[in-house]
Design a protein around this ligand. Structure first.
Ligand SMILES: C[S@@+](CC[C@H](N)C(=O)[O-])C[C@H]1O[C@@H](n2cnc3c(N)ncnc32)[C@H](O)[C@@H]1O
Length: 333
């Protein structure tokens, strides 16, 4: 059963949020015209779909791993503030960082409209964000680090550096939460180009083939960048979003299997994402091959809570019957 929490956005607040998003984040963007279904869906996404989604499954999921009212959170990639606001309504405090000015302007308006006072927004250039964050939150000091729908928009080195920096900032017993991040090891690129096998393509081949995407604004963004230079094309490919996999976690943090205290097979994420063909294939393949990959990295999206060893909190991964959840019908032998 999906977890659905009480609606806290009145029609007036929803209207005000919509105006706020159009006056900030959407200025100059294709969707600001509000003249087609795609535009309306994109605007709704930032007005309330993400906020509702975070409140309905993500907050209750994280609440199993941490005592939210006593938890101070550092969020990387807060965007227009859906995650920040939903968490701040239940946590002690949120420090939210991003590299994008219009997103932060939108986040500021959202926090004001919702009366959220326990969140602080920070904007820094990508090359300074991690060092500044580290100066403001020294190693070993943070209760919870969050990257929600962010790592897929980072370049390779940024991703590895982000994971390492986050881990170093956590206090013993603190948690690193990565969520809503597309898994590179899936056949369908559901996040960006909506093309089969796109995640498997090399950068060269992806750049050459991306023009076949039916997702007009994504395709045009990439082709426009490629028209400027090959380097701009590569940058755009990364920023539009490419999947992440267990390989990066292994390279950045080593073997994290024993530190996982929550994953995408828990009831809350399953209630939201379900278990689709991509997940069944990946889970079944790893199982039949006997690959020692934690289940957290065998779903279409990576949702994982990692607890840094050494703290007093003993809450662990909840027991569940993975075979029953996945029902590996693809290869039932
Ligand atoms: C898809 S949005 C997610 C926003 C928000 N967490 C949510 O779920 O609504 C990704 C955000 O990550 C930010 N971002 C991308 N690369 C980043 C980096 N290296 N450091 C910090 N933020 C980054 C982008 O500016 C964007 O606001």
């Amino acid at each position: 059963m999906p977890h659905t929490r009480t609606n806290i956005l009145s029609p007036q607040v929803e209207r005000d949020l919509r105006a706020a998003m159009l006056e900030t984040y959407f200025v100059g963007k294709w969707a600001a015209k509000d003249d087609c279904d795609g535009s309306r869906a994109e605007i709704y996404e930032h007005v309330r779909r993400r906020f509702d989604m975070v409140r309905n499954w993500f907050v209750p999921w994280v609440a199993h791993a941490v005592d939210l009212p006593r938890t101070r959170i550092v969020e990387i990639g807060c965007g227009t503030g859906s995650t920040t606001a939903a968490l701040a309504l239940e946590a002690a405090h949120v420090d939210a960082y991003d590299i994008d000015g219009p997103s932060l302007a939108a986040a500021r308006r959202r926090l004001d409209l919702l009366g959220v006072r326990n969140a602080t927004l920070h904007q820094h250039a990508p090359e300074r964000l991690l060092s500044t964050m580290l100066a403001e939150h020294p190693p070993g000091s943070v209760d919870m680090l969050l990257c929600f729908a962010v790592l897929e928009h980072c370049k390779h080195n940024e991703r590895i550096d982000t994971l390492r920096t986050c881990w170093s900032m956590l206090r013993p017993g603190g948690v690193l939460v990565i969520a809503d991040t597309p898994n590179l090891l899936t056949y369908w690129d559901a996040h960006t180009f909506h093309l089969p096998f796109f995640n498997q393509l090399s950068v060269d081949l992806a750049l050459a083939y991306a023009g076949r995407s039916q997702r007009g604004y994504i395709r045009d963004a990439l082709l426009g960048a490629l028209a400027v230079s090959r380097q701009a094309g590569e940058e755009k490919l990364a920023r539009l979003g490419r999947g992440v996999s267990y390989h990066e976690f292994e390279l950045a943090l080593g073997d994290v299997g024993a530190d996982i205290v929550g994953d995408g097979f828990d009831p809350e994420p399953v209630s939201f994402y379900g278990v689709n063909l991509e997940t069944r294939i990946l889970f079944t393949y790893a199982k039949r091959k006997g690959l020692p990959i934690p289940p957290a990295f065998l779903r279409e999206t990576i949702d994982v809570i990692l607890r840094k060893p050494g703290g007093a909190d003993a809450r662990r991964l909840r027991p569940r019957d993975l075979d029953a959840i996945v029902r590996p019908l693809v290869d039932p032998a």
